[in-house]
Design a protein around this ligand. Structure first.
Ligand SMILES: N[C@@H](CCC(=O)N[C@@H](CS)C(=O)NCC(=O)O)C(=O)O
Length: 208
């Protein structure tokens, strides 16, 4: 498999974690978001949305949207499972995945931040206030939703953990105050120690 990847992309980080947890080998193909390679014609031909990640499967299919790809990985490579076995548990995990991937992350994506500054003329301070506001709102709810201090749900990693750690990494990078979220902090501290998560981190995969 080939992952169209960027080391600091939190959506790509989700996939690196899931691929590692499932023990699936992949080649990383870097798409440099800072130099706008995601807007190059060649990449747009693969993914008209101009976003990473995308995953080329062993049979040559090109998949986009990280959560769709996480779900595909779970169906195509069920071991180890990254969703609980019961329907209620699956709904709980998916709710956390969607809180992060649909409600928190899109508001703070690079293209949104660029639009705020370049088109709307918002100051750097106001852009950061926007970022912190939406993270705080999302994390406050997530702090109530998570089930413990080791994993978001249950006693093993799930897709929710694969989404949480990248979002926590991103929040730290942008100077978010994480003190109000002791459970999220404890989960992130635990996940960071796990080899599949550590090997997927931006530091571990950063270009030399
Ligand atoms: N919903 C998409 C979001 C993908 C996304 O926003 N990717 C970001 C990096 S984390 C990106 O490619 N940004 C490029 C840009 O903003 O121009 C997914 O989950 O795959």
């Amino acid at each position: 498999m080939q992952l169209y990847d960027y080391f600091r992309s939190s959506a790509a980080f989700r996939l690196r974690i899931a691929l590692n947890l499932k023990g699936l080998a992949y080649d990383s193909l870097a798409v440099n978001l800072v130099t706008n390679e995601q807007r190059d014609a060649g990449f747009l031909a693969l993914n008209p949305q101009g976003l990473v990640p995308a995953l080329a499967t062993d049979s040559g299919e090109l998949l986009t949207q990280s959560v769709a790809i996480l779900e595909w990985l779970e169906e195509a490579y069920p071991e180890p499972p990254l969703l609980p076995l019961d329907a209620l548990g699956r709904a709980r995990v998916r709710a956390m995945v969607q809180a992060i991937a649909c409600d928190i992350h899109p508001l703070n994506n690079l293209r949104v931040q660029r639009y705020l500054v370049d088109t709307l003329g918002v100051s750097e301070d106001a852009k950061l206030a926007w970022y912190h506001h939406w993270i705080a709102l999302g994390f406050a709810a997530l702090e109530q939703q998570v089930g413990g201090e080791r994993y978001c749900f249950g006693d093993a990693p799930t897709l929710a953990d694969a989404c949480l750690l990248p979002q926590m990494y991103n929040a730290r990078r942008f100077g978010q105050d994480l003190q109000p979220y002791p459970r999220l902090q404890a989960i992130a501290a635990h996940l960071e120690q796990l080899p599949a998560f550590a090997a997927a981190s931006p530091e571990a995969v950063a270009p030399a």
